[in-house]
Ligand binder design. Structure first.
Ligand code: SF4
Ligand code: SF4
Length: 429
């Protein structure tokens, strides 16, 4: 059997001023990990072939598309958070890519500069730039950070020395005066994108972009709904992979491919084809996002014979649960509609954040899960502290619950495996 490989584009990487030798080693390791984690799964839907190819071309075909866009004068913008309104970038003819880091490989690069005791997502993303080992980071015109958490907002000041970094102020409360500020920030973001694109965004540009993003979010909602079927027609690992690819693929093509996969999943449900065993324990994950290639929890849970059916996270439902009102037509109304939709995202950086507590319980019920794994990255204070309220709500509702705090290293794998297996056993009893 031929081995899966992430394809190499050394000349293109060289032209992006990357550390090609080092990056090539990382490419081989990622390819091996992908083969082991993904291609070893039995009975996968055929439509996963598109997403496998997206991984094979992770550092090639999509990067070429970004460079072609740049050559045409279209802006390519990196973001780190689902609060940045992608619609505005699309409306300017640009491309938005998520640059959150999910790999241990770039953490040591960051730790040469940043403190060690901060969230691995921030360290991994920063390390990709510091080590020149991410073609996406090398290809962007600029990045747009936000003020969601302390680790991120102070890192932007340091990152700015390596790549132009702008910051959107995301308030910490949702009072009327905060929403006024938020709306102003959305307008400033539009002005910055227009400046870089060298064109102004028309009302019809923005309306078209809103439609594209609503379609994409609806495709992801549809996939999520199908995962809730008992038994699930697709593994949680594959569900997570698609959610991760959503942050860098071209949105129209991506939505079409997700819908094609969903059509296949409907057929599977009709033919009673399931990936996990019929009686596999169904788990929902809540908490911090899992950026590519962070497959740690899904690997452990599904390796133990259970299936993950929902991610209440920015890689999951927080990214796609809300749509933008398409019924308005003036620029001001559309920007207000964007602000309105983005403020519905219930990240733990907000206070109070009661809506997230009820959202977790709602998603648990909707997904037909039998237990919740609340997952927080190490040193993420807001999710770690909000854990108390999620735990209390689960206790009150009698929901089997476990909290896992982890980073990207493999050191805690044995301990996590033991805890997860014990949790699954407890649900099975
Ligand atoms: S967890 Fe919060 S800060 Fe992180 S991507 Fe989500 S919304 Fe942004
Ligand atoms: S996981 Fe937490 S600490 Fe890490 S970037 Fe997101 S909000 Fe910040």
């Amino acid at each position: 059997m031929s081995h899966f490989e992430i394809k190499a584009y050394p000349e293109m990487w060289q032209s992006l001023d990357m550390d090609v030798e080092r990056f090539d080693k990382a490419r081989l390791m990622l390819g091996e990990a992908y083969e082991k984690t993904y291609l070893s799964q039995k009975n996968r839907p055929k439509s996963m072939a598109y997403f496998d190819n997206m991984i094979a071309e992770l550092h090639g075909a999509r990067i070429k598309e970004l460079l072609e866009a740049k050559a045409e004068g279209r802006p390519v913008i990196g973001t780190f958070c689902v609060y940045i309104p992608e619609e505005i970038v699309l409306a300017a003819g640009g491309i938005c890519v998520g640059l959150c880091g999910g790999s241990q490989g770039s953490v040591p690069d960051a730790e040469k500069i940043l403190p060690r005791n901060i969230c691995p997502m921030v360290k991994s993303a920063f390390g990709f730039k510091a080590g020149r080992i991410c073609p996406y980071f090398q290809a962007v015109d600029f990045v747009y950070g936000e003020t969601t958490c302390d680790a991120k907002k102070k890192t932007w000041e340091i990152l700015d020395k390596m790549v132009p970094t702008y910051v959107m102020e995301i308030p910490q409360c949702k009072n009327p005066r905060d929403i006024v500020l938020w709306n102003e920030e959305v307008k400033d973001f539009k002005a910055k994108v227009e400046e870089v694109a060298g064109k102004s965004i028309s009302e019809s540009d923005l309306a078209a972009a809103i439609k594209i993003m609503n379609n994409k979010r609806q495709a992801l909602q549809r996939l999520n709904g199908l995962r809730h079927h008992m038994p699930s027609p697709i593994s949680g690992k594959d569900g997570l992979l698609i959610e991760q690819i959503a942050f860098y693929d071209e949105p129209v093509r991506f939505s079409q491919k997700v819908n094609e996969l969903c059509d296949e999943l409907v057929d599977r449900i009709n033919q009673e084809v399931a990936v996990p065993a019929q009686n596999a324990t169904r788990i929902m994950v809540a908490g911090t996002p899992m950026a590519l290639p962070n497959w740690k929890i899904h690997n452990l849970v599904e390796g133990a014979g259970a299936v993950i059916v929902n991610e209440e996270s920015c890689i999951g439902t927080r990214y796609f649960k809300d749509l933008i009102d398409e019924s308005v037509s003036t620029m001001d109304e559309m920007l207000a509609a964007l602000t309105d939709r983005y403020k519905e995202i219930d990240c733990s950086c907000f206070t109070p954040n009661d809506e997230r507590i009820s959202q977790v319980i709602k998603e648990y019920r909707d997904s037909g899960a039998q237990g919740i794994i609340n997952y927080s990255l190490q040193f993420c204070h807001t999710y770690n502290i909000e854990e108390i309220r999620i735990r209390e709500a689960c206790e009150k509702e009698g929901i089997p619950y476990i909290f896992i705090e982890s980073d990207y290293s493999l050191e805690d794998m044995g301990q996590l495996q033991t805890r997860i297996e014990a949790f699954l056993e407890q649900i099975g009893d």
